[in-house]
Write a protein that binds this ligand. Structure first.
Ligand SMILES: Nc1ncnc2c1ncn2[C@@H]1O[C@H](COP(=O)(O)OP(=O)(O)O)[C@@H](O)[C@H]1O
Ligand SMILES: [Mg+2]
Length: 389
């Protein structure tokens, strides 16, 4: 489980260090930074897939994703006694992302390269990466250290040299993979690669989830949901069939789901609703019903990930379905750490029913995203490796 997430200088997240629980609910008014927080988590996940530099470029480049406010916000700026203005920058700008899990912690720091004539002189560079133990980074708790092109690992009490020529646009996760010499890199990479993000399933008439597909056993629903029928059938055969039936009964009393398959291996859905004489196919289902079935398939996965991230799962669901969706998410959170971004009151209400629900309410002050009511006491003692002395 991840118990601390830390972000610095990413969009409206100037410095945010938040403690996480088993079921995390992120709420707050429009524009407070919920999606920025979601995106920051995705960027961290991209690191382990070898794509963080590319993902940042697609967000408009590092310059546009950097915190656009002043380096320091003074007390006078907050009270309005001084206007908000940037002073001469004292330190190089760095976008930093990190987390601490029960096993290892990881932090990455990105910055712009020195000016050059290269066509890629706007590509972000990885300046620093570290794998260590705990929140409070100390050199003594560090296992892997990367500074620019140099990567070292701890060997008993000394540092061994792993590489002196690490490309600045590649993470240690894509370049270092020796399970004997650097098991922590391999373990952490597999942990991060397991994180699953679901964000706005398509349900329009041409949506992949409405088509029939050749199916194989599908313990993990794809991001576009094209394998919905096969994923539901997989739950029936090797997953929690009882929970599947309960989830359907909870949302659509009296309804029944059937997965049809022919001898060419194509899978399709049949949804029997109370009052109808024949089952409806995926093509005929309402957006809301189809989306709810997609959430069932995602959340009742027979192979739960270490972390499941749901961005505004309420989108285009009828408010009457939200309490049932909330109960489904709570059920899933018993097997996997869950992160839900939402601003739907009925979903929020349902999630709060769970004792495991850890609510994070965000607000924006002087352009900076903060956690409402956070005090030093409930802020983890996070320290960035490149700021530790
Ligand atoms: N580079 C940046 N620096 C500072 N703030 C930014 C930057 N980019 C976007 N923002 C702020 O982030 C806010 C959007 O946050 P977002 O996460 O989309 O909100 P929501 O909570 O509605 O999902 C905008 O109001 C904008 O002011
Ligand atoms: Mg948003």
């Amino acid at each position: 489980m991840i118990h601390t997430l830390a972000i610095s200088h990413y969009r409206s997240l100037l410095n945010l260090v938040i403690p996480l629980g088993q079921l995390n609910l992120i709420t707050g008014p429009n524009g407070c930074g919920k999606s920025n927080l979601y995106r920051a988590l995705r960027l961290l996940a991209e690191t382990a897939q070898g794509g963080v530099v590319n993902a940042l470029a697609h967000e408009g480049g590092l310059n546009s994703t950097f915190w656009a406010g002043p380096e320091n916000i003074t007390h006078q700026m907050k009270t309005g006694a001084h206007t908000v203005e940037g002073l001469v920058r004292q330190k190089a700008q760095r976008l930093r992302l990190g987390f601490a899990s029960d096993e290892f912690s990881y932090a990455i720091s990105l910055g712009l390269p020195k000016p050059s004539s290269s066509a890629f002189s706007n590509d972000p560079e990885i300046k620093r990466e570290s794998i260590f133990f705990g929140d409070n980074y100390r050199p003594a708790s560090s296992l892997i250290e990367r500074e620019n092109a140099i990567v070292k690992n701890r060997e008993d009490r000394q540092w061994g040299m792993l590489s002196t020529q690490m490309p600045l646009y590649e993470s240690i996760f894509s370049q270092i993979s020796d399970p004997v010499k650097t098991p922590e890199v391999v373990t952490l990479r597999e942990f991060i690669r397991g994180w699953r993000f679901y964000d706005h399933f398509r349900t329009d008439t041409d949506a992949p989830a409405r088509q029939s597909h050749v199916g194989t056993r599908t313990p993990i629903l794809s991001h576009d949901g094209h394998d919905l029928a096969a994923a539901l059938r997989t739950i029936v055969e090797i997953g929690d069939d009882h929970a599947l039936k309960a989830a359907i009964e909870d949302a659509f009393p009296g309804a029944k789901l059937e997965v049809f398959f022919d001898n060419t291996g194509r899978f399709s859905l049949g949804f029997f609703q109370y009052g109808l004489l024949r089952p409806l196919s995926a093509k005929e289902l309402s957006d809301g019903t189809l989306r709810y079935l997609l959430w069932i398939a995602a959340l009742l996965t027979p192979r739960p990930p270490p972390l499941m991230v749901l961005n505004e799962p309420e989108t285009s669901l009828h408010p009457d379905l939200l309490p049932a969706l909330g109960r489904l998410i709570v059920h899933a959170s018993k097997q996997t750490q869950v992160w839900v971004v939402s601003h739907a009151p009925r979903l929020i209400e349902a999630l709060r029913q769970s004792p495991a629900c850890h609510e994070i309410v965000l607000e924006k002050e002087l352009g900076q995203t903060q956690m409402v009511g956070q005090t030093l006491l409930d802020t983890p003692l996070w320290r960035w490796p490149d700021q530790a002395k």
